[in-house]
Design a protein around this ligand. Structure first.
Ligand code: NAP
Length: 283
């Protein structure tokens, strides 16, 4: 029998716990926790993401500072704003919604964010610290996955974990977190040979590919834990993951659904990182 890990319920629990902690923080220090969210241009998907992040701030009691910059914003204008946010003591986290319009250099802009305020966990400092298993701000989506495993007391130590995908925002930090938790980790990608054989070894299989129903039942070992990070549209335009859920679930011990799986955990972990960044700014 498989169990579906309810990411929505877990995210709600974590947010209500975070709300209490943030209120204690405000009481103790007499100040808000601030998150700056910078959006350049009119990308509709980015607008939705930013709206959801601001809503989550309201829910947990983080003060959001939203900067909606026009499409034609220059590199200097963006970087001037980021320099001022980097200096601002009221801002504990800075997030630049990606992708930026094509004429802007995201890499150069993101470098301005001090690693202590890099609540996305994308900076070279945070990525480097993660690989050293040192204190850092961890990329939100893979960090959310680890919380989901923890919430079910799924032990990672000594397990064989396979991550499909090696992106900087999901696959690589996911693999590093699993390795830091003592799993034996294999990272697969588009050039991997014998993907099916690799996946069949997995006690814990994480799919972060971006292809609807990519992971099929014949790729999954009986009793495996399957985590679906994918967010795709199926042939009917319905939101679906990277895993063929209905076929795969029967082989699993645990499986995450899409929607209501990893997705709700990502913004929750952003709130968590903002709280952690504020706490660390005090020590
Ligand atoms: P990405 O940057 O496009 O990376 C996809 C990865 O999948 C790449 O490493 C790629 O390999 C690999 N891949 C592609 N085709 C493959 C194949 N046939 N066999 C094996 N590997 C293959 O995507 P991403 O940003 O990591 O996102 C992955 C998925 O997660 C997307 O659906 C995205 O929407 C979703 N996502 C969800 C959340 C959330 O909050 N739930 C957050 C972020 C992302 P190469 O490196 O060789 O190209």
């Amino acid at each position: 029998m498989y169990k579906v890990i309810d990411g929505k319920a877990l995210a709600e629990n974590l947010r209500s716990d975070l709300k209490k902690k943030i209120s204690e923080y405000k009481y103790k220090y007499g100040e808000d926790i601030g998150l700056a969210v910078v959006l350049v241009g009119n990308n509709p998907a980015s607008q939705v993401y930013v709206r959801n992040k601001i809503k989550a701030c309201e829910e947990v009691g983080v003060k959001s500072y939203a900067y909606y910059l026009p499409e034609e914003t220059s590199q200097n204008e963006l970087e001037d704003l980021l320099h001022s946010l980097a200096e601002d003591k009221n801002i504990h986290g800075i997030l630049v919604q990606l992708p930026l319009p094509k004429h802007l250099n995201a890499e150069s802009a993101l470098k301005i964010i001090p690693f202590e305020k890099d609540v996305d966990g994308f900076s070279a400092e945070n990525v480097g610290k993660l690989s050293q298993n040192a204190q850092c701000l961890v990329a939100c989506t893979p960090n959310g996955v680890m919380k989901m495993l923890e919430s079910e007391n799924i032990s990672v130590r000594g397990k064989k974990a396979v991550v499909i995908g090696r992106s900087d925002i999901v696959g690589k930090p996911m693999a590093m977190l699993l390795l830091n938790a003592d799993a034996t980790v294999t990272v697969c990608h588009s050039k991997t040979q014998n993907l099916k054989e690799e996946c069949l070894q997995a006690d814990i299989l994480v799919a972060a590919v971006g292809k609807a129903k990519f992971v099929t039942a014949d790729m999954v070992k009986q009793g495996a834990v399957v985590i679906d990070v994918g967010m795709n549209r199926d042939e009917n335009g319905k939101l679906c993951g990277d895993v063929d859920f209905d076929a795969v679930k029967e082989k699993c011990s645990y499986i995450t659904p899409v929607p209501k799986g990893v997705g709700p955990m990502t913004i929750t972990m952003l709130m968590y990182n903002t709280y952690i960044a504020a706490l660390r700014s005090r020590s």
